[in-house]
Design a protein around this ligand. Structure first.
Ligand code: IPE
Ligand code: IPE
Ligand code: MG
Length: 252
């Protein structure tokens, strides 16, 4: 029994042994690979998404407990509308269900929940769920969780430019006032520091229109592990890898 137990026991992360906090303040995740996970298990593909929600739930709980400040997850891209109607409706229903089932616990764990993306393109009923959830958790101070829904970076930047142009046209803003910081303040992520680390599960070596502006100097960590199989241990591996990276920001 001893051996089996010892083998299955989760090794205490070195970080925690040393009494250190996560080396990352803002973590972004592209939660990819749900359908491939279902295929691998010979399950209906939609069940992969349901399993993915469970993974997110565990990870949020863990990250919040460990003191992560910001977590931004990619749940539905502006390009994901190109999937079948069945899959899109399933994803919308799953989202509504997840909010309904998890909001109390998120709130009691002091998690601040927000939704980023083109929310105007979302079903009205869901939008009011988003608003209620954001309103209820807005003063929470543990972990700030951003769920990117109908999100696409190019649209985000385009919309920002359009609003800035309107203000210049209306005489409220001078062209000289348009700086990187100003543009950043017109994005959905206003007030949130840029991600230090971006994890993509599922092995694809691309950003898929996610946080393009915000990730200019973000460290990338791509793992072949499919999202439903991602665990707190694997998060610790990514954190350890991040801690060993040398960030130069273009300097020496
Ligand atoms: C990510 O998993 C979830 C969404 C994009 C909504 P996928 O559905 O992309 O699963 P794979 O990548 O096809 O396995
Ligand atoms: C990115 O995954 C979007 C989400 C995880 C929500 P996709 O599966 O949509 O990305 P591509 O199509 O492989 O680039
Ligand atoms: Mg995918």
């Amino acid at each position: 029994m001893g051996i089996v137990k010892a083998r299955n026991k989760r090794a205490e992360p070195k970080r925690r042994e040393r009494g250190e906090a996560f080396p990352v303040k803002h973590l972004a995740i592209i939660m990819d690979g749900n359908r491939r996970w279902a295929d691998k298990k010979h399950l209906p593909r939609l069940l992969g998404h349901r399993e993915g929600v469970k993974t997110l739930k565990e990870l949020v709980k863990y990250a919040g407990r460990e003191g992560l400040r910001y977590l931004t997850v990619y749940a539905f891209s502006s390009e994901n509308w190109n999937r079948s109607n069945d899959e899109v409706s399933y994803l919308m229903e799953l989202l509504a269900e997840a909010i309904r089932d998890e909001l109390d616990e998120l709130h009691s764990n002091q998690i601040r929940l927000s939704f980023i993306g083109d929310l105007s393109g979302m079903p009205v009923a869901l939008r009011s769920e988003f608003d209620l959830a954001m309103e209820r958790t807005r003063d929470n101070e543990q972990l700030s969780l951003q769920v990117a829904i109908n999100y696409g970076s190019r649209l985000e930047i385009t919309e920002a430019v359009r609003r800035i142009a309107e203000e210049v046209k209306g005489g409220k803003l001078s062209i000289a006032a348009i700086t990187e910081d100003l543009l950043g303040s017109y994005l959905y992520t206003k007030g949130i520091p840029d991600p230090d680390l971006l994890i993509r599960t599922g092995g694809e070596m691309r950003l898929s229109n996610y946080l393009l502006w915000q990730s200019a100097y973000t460290e990338l960590y791509i793992t072949p592990v499919l999202w439903p199989e991602f665990t707190p241990d694997l998060l610790e591996d990514a954190m350890a890898e991040f801690a060993s990276r040398q960030r130069r920001f273009g300097g020496d």
